[in-house]
Design a protein around this ligand. Structure first.
Ligand code: URA
Length: 434
């Protein structure tokens, strides 16, 4: 088979055969297909789409591009959560130890930053010593002993996603429903989960900007999950502003620690608790919503969830003393304020623009071989609907260069629309699909 013929076929809008999809994924993993051909094919898929059958084959080929972990001998329900990607979305870091402290087993294979969105793995790596690289045996052992482990795709596990994800990140080919579904589900199926709760982000900071587009993605993921016999739930949640205040890796870990100590921002906690309820339900650990929320709140106020996070950090080689002393996280040398130009109410935020600003400060990658700076990012001081006075801080920028570039300051200023009349912020949880 010739890769250029497969690219041309998709470019011209025809469905690919199962053999063509499997050939491509095999070549992606063996390294026989170069980056430029894979990138061209990704762009053709983004532009022309894939039908349900092609997507299901892609998920299956990517799942079996490496090992599939068998967790059947680990006691307990293995339930995971995954987000389609947002700005300031640090939910996984709070949720995994939270539900693990209540008995759910969470074998989480996460991603790095993608496009303008941050990645769970990059956030975790801002904890000194923490390693997302674990052998499959070690991963399984941590899930068994601690209850949760978070690692990245490896040469052994979902290696096709590892390579395609890096290419999508830097080639403008992230926002494709079949590519998003295949990326997420291949990692999850390879990790041996029993069930999955999806957080489908929708809005200006998400890869799906409208509820209709997000619903299509949710339905695609649920359909493939059902066909694979995995119980799944998908929540649509608002991403028209960053979740919480912190955007950037170490800054977000600080907010996670606050959340696990019972001092998390209201929006972050609302999404986390709702997802936690669905995870407990899929694990048959609670059927009643009110009781589940009580259990989750209690795990936070008793310190059980924070202790579980410390156990996971230590098991993955990290310095759990950061939980008591945040100065052990890397700190940016400078910060600067972007202030409100006028009085009014925050009417909208270009959340993708805010994610791009964090990336340009060094919190994400512009080329795939780039490393990131864990200490830089943004703190969002005003949220949708908040009243502002002229000169009040909208955003604090954390940076390490000698001076923050005027391009970034202008970008952040342009992200905010201030209205004269009071504004109602959008609901956070939009709908739940089964
Ligand atoms: N998360 C992933 O793992 N992959 C995507 O494509 C988007 C979000």
């Amino acid at each position: 088979m010739l890769v250029q013929e497969i690219i041309k076929k998709k470019r011209d809008g025809s469905p690919l055969s199962a053999a063509e999809i499997r050939f491509t994924i095999a070549g992606c993993v063996q390294g026989t297909i170069p980056d430029y051909q894979l990138s061209a094919l990704l762009m053709a898929i983004l532009l022309k789409g894939m039908d349900g059958e092609e997507t299901a084959t892609l998920v299956d080929a990517m799942t079996h591009s490496g090992a599939v972990i068998d967790l059947r001998d680990v006691p307990g329900a293995k339930i995971d959560k995954h987000s389609t990607g947002g700005v300031g979305d640090k939910v996984s870091l709070v949720l995994a130890p939270l539900v693990a402290s209540l008995g759910v087993k969470v074998p989480m294979i996460s991603g790095r930053g993608l496009g303008h969105t941050g990645g769970t793995l990059d956030k975790l790596e801002s904890i000194p010593g923490f390693t997302i690289h674990q052998s499959l045996d070690a991963f399984k052992q941590i899930v068994r002993d601690v209850g949760c482990a978070i690692i990245g795709p490896t040469a052994e596990l979902a290696p096709a996603d590892q390579r395609l994800y890096e290419l999508r990140d830097v080639t403008g080919t992230v926002e494709s429903p079949p590519l998003i579904a295949a990326s997420i589900l291949s990692k999850k199926f390879a990790a041996g989960i029993d069930g999955l709760v999806m957080d489908i982000k929708v809005g200006s900071g998400a890869f799906r900007k409208s509820i209709a587009e997000a619903t299509v993605l949710a339905e695609l993921i649920l359909e493939i999950g059902k066909a694979a016999g995995k119980p799944m739930v998908a929540l649509l949640s608002d991403m028209n502003q960053p979740l919480g205040h912190a955007v950037g890796n170490a800054l977000e870990v600080e907010e996670v620690v606050a959340a696990l100590k019972g001092q998390g921002p209201a929006d972050l906690m609302e999404v986390t608790l709702e997802l936690g309820y669905h995870m407990l339900k899929l694990a048959n650990l609670a059927s009643d919503r009110r009781r589940s929320l009580e259990m989750l709140q209690d795990a936070i106020s008793s310190g059980k969830a924070l202790t579980k996070f410390a156990e996971m950090i230590r098991a993955q080689g990290g310095d759990s003393l950061v939980l008591e002393d945040l100065q052990r996280l890397s700190q940016a040398a400078h910060h600067a304020v972007v202030a409100a130009p006028q009085q009014g109410y925050i009417a909208s935020m270009d959340t993708e623009g805010l994610g791009m600003a964090a990336l340009m400060l060094g919190a994400g990658r512009q080329r795939k071989e780039e490393s990131i700076d864990p200490s830089v990012g943004l703190k969002i001081e005003k949220k949708l609907g908040d009243a502002v006075q002229p000169g009040e801080p909208l955003v604090e920028l954390y940076y390490n260069d000698k001076a923050v570039s005027s391009e970034i300051v202008t970008l952040v200023e342009r992200c905010f629309v201030i209205a004269l009349e009071p504004v109602q912020p959008p609901p956070l949880i939009i709908k739940t699909l089964y």
